[in-house]
Design a protein around this ligand. Sequence first.
Ligand SMILES: O=C(O)CCC(=O)C(=O)O
Length: 304
Amino acid sequence: MAAKLSQEQVDTYFEQGYIVIPNAVAPARIAEIKAEVDRMVADAVNLTESNDVLDLDPAHTPEAPRVRRIKSPHMNSDFFHAHAAEPLIMDILDPILGPSGIRTHNTKVNMKSAGHGESVEWHQDWAFYPHTNDDVLAVGIYLEDCTEENGPMLVLPGTHKGPTYDHHSHGYFCGAMDPDACDLDFSAAVPLTGPAGTLTVHHARLVHGSAFNRSDRPRTFLLQAYAAADAWPIADMKGSLEDFNNRIVRGEPTLTPRVVPAPVRIPLPYQPDAGPGSIYDNQSILQNRYFGGEAKAAPQPAHV
Ligand SMILES: O=C(O)CCC(=O)C(=O)O
């Protein structure tokens, strides 16, 4: 594929808040990524509860392992550390993240096992990590063919230009939107589908979610989030200044953030019981669920 986006793709990204590039990543590279995922997930047979690397499904047992997420693979695997800076990805992002450079913000592998894989309630990534400017996005790579049946990511086009919605429940940040509390037509959601190797880019303010995987095929999705080098996080720097600057993958660090108006809510307070790095734990206190599934009992309201 051409590593550079066409002007039409750049315009679509800014207009709609996302783009989908089928066959962007070559089959040989997908095979390497899958091999590293398999290597990391193999540790699940030794676990009875989630740890800093693997987020286990509630149905997991060491005998029948079920991993729903690899957390921060770029921090837990040399392979994924290097992959976050992959020139193919940098070249795609160059025209949309601006000239200041590019910083990795977070990475994860979301795994929906066949017949079972978890849903992700509607949310905006921006609600988790507001920055001083909104040149912030996530790149997704499907490691298997993704169709409407095995739980594609769903997006609401154009919502990156709208408000930042409430992602709190019972006074705690829960990383999910109450579908009845926002004036959005969820039936207009677009499923992002494509063959293995399809690459997606979505704006951090775009409303998105994803349904259960009730098919007989798994769906594994590598997500890598990036910010312009001059976008500074407002709520959490995720470590020291040195760590922050070490995550620059193109361009130079800067101490002068670019500040532009963008609607912000602070993702605090954190829930006392939510496992770190688990969107599933975080969202589990949302009672009014769009995609179904059982909500956890409501915690005592936080005093904010
Ligand atoms: O796995 C998906 O389809 C979407 C996940 C997502 O939006 C997230 O992890 O923030």
